[in-house]
Ligand binder design. Structure first.
Ligand SMILES: [Zn+2]
Length: 311
């Protein structure tokens, strides 16, 4: 296959990617019939380690020593957002005992959604390297950079779809489709599901929910998450691409989002623009739905969700 035809976001790339992720999910369910239940559980780490012990050795150390790279120069190393703490996860095809090794950094104060995402991402590597159909699709790409990008992209999408499966997302959007309120409900539902005493376990992160919500949109559009300071955390588009806060010190909030927020000085509740308000928007001309919702973290700080669906 011509690699040039497969640059990211091209139709051919997306088709191959969809096939790859679909087959990865199927392969995971074949290897572990309880896989989906484990992914929907806050006890994901322990369940995966137990259920997948035939396929790989799992290790969740508090920190990852750099010497691991000397022992495993062929490892797939994944550095998370907190790159200064070293790798967040690692996949080695053939570890000390000849078996695949999956290592996920998991300090005591770890942000659990990140640990979960990384663990599933590494399982994505295990599947793509180990299953013949998946490996074939991967190694058809002759260009190393392209193959690496495809593999990593597929691992990320596999992780998000394992944590937030289509069935679950569809049930949450059954009423009114993708709205800011429904997205907030996914987060709250997840948090309330895993309450233990006074502690609510967070299984999946807000940005992960936002990316999946944008993918589920029937219309072109975007889902924006602002942090409690009002800065852009992530803006995910229905075609799969994402934007983050720029590094130039600006908030990253668009003029359209500013205009929408100016209509709702208090964003505690869910609000949807009326047809008349939609018509009056200066910065968004083709919107068919705009909604805003506040999502609390802790008692006082609030994230903001903005959904824009267009014709
Ligand atoms: Zn990776």
């Amino acid at each position: 296959m011509n690699n040039n035809a497969l640059h990211a976001r091209s139709a051919a790339y997306e088709l191959d990617m969809n096939d790859q992720v679909r087959d990865m999910l199927a392969a995971a369910a074949t290897k572990d019939p309880d896989f989906q239940n484990s992914c929907m559980s806050h006890d994901l780490k322990r369940r995966i380690k137990w259920n997948w012990s035939d396929y790989a050795t799992f290790d969740y150390p508090k920190s990852v020593d750099d010497s691991i790279f000397i022992h495993h120069p062929d490892a797939a190393v994944d550095v998370g957002l907190d790159g200064d703490h070293g790798p967040s996860g690692l996949f080695v095809q053939s570890g000390k005992d000849g078996r695949p090794l999956i290592l996920v950094r998991s300090p005591d104060d770890a942000f659990l959604p990140r640990v979960h995402f990384t663990l599933l991402h590494e399982i994505g590597h295990l599947l793509q390297r180990g299953e013949s159909t998946l490996a074939r699709r991967l190694f058809r790409l002759e260009d190393d950079v392209m193959r690496k990008r495809f593999e990593e992209d597929a691992c990320n999408r596999f992780a998000s779809r394992s944590l937030l499966p289509d069935d679950y997302m569809e049930s949450m959007f059954e009423n009114q489709g993708v709205t800011a309120q429904n997205i907030r409900s996914i987060y709250d539902d997840d948090l309330n599901r895993w309450r233990s005493g006074s502690i609510n376990y967070q299984r999946v992160s807000r940005p992960c929910i936002v990316r999946r919500a944008a993918e589920m949109m029937d219309d072109p559009g975007s889902v924006t998450l602002l942090n409690p300071k009002g800065e852009l955390s992530i803006r995910a588009f229905s075609d799969g691409h994402c934007e983050y806060q720029p590094h130039d010190g600006t908030s990253g909030v668009s003029t359209a989002e500013r205009e929408i927020l100016s209509l709702f000085p208090k964003r505690l509740d869910h609000r949807e623009l009326s047809p008349m308000q939609l018509d009056n928007l200066q910065e968004v001309k083709d919107a068919i739905h705009v909604s805003v919702a506040g999502s609390f973290s802790g008692r006082t700080s609030m994230h903001t969700l903005i959904v824009i669906r267009r014709h």
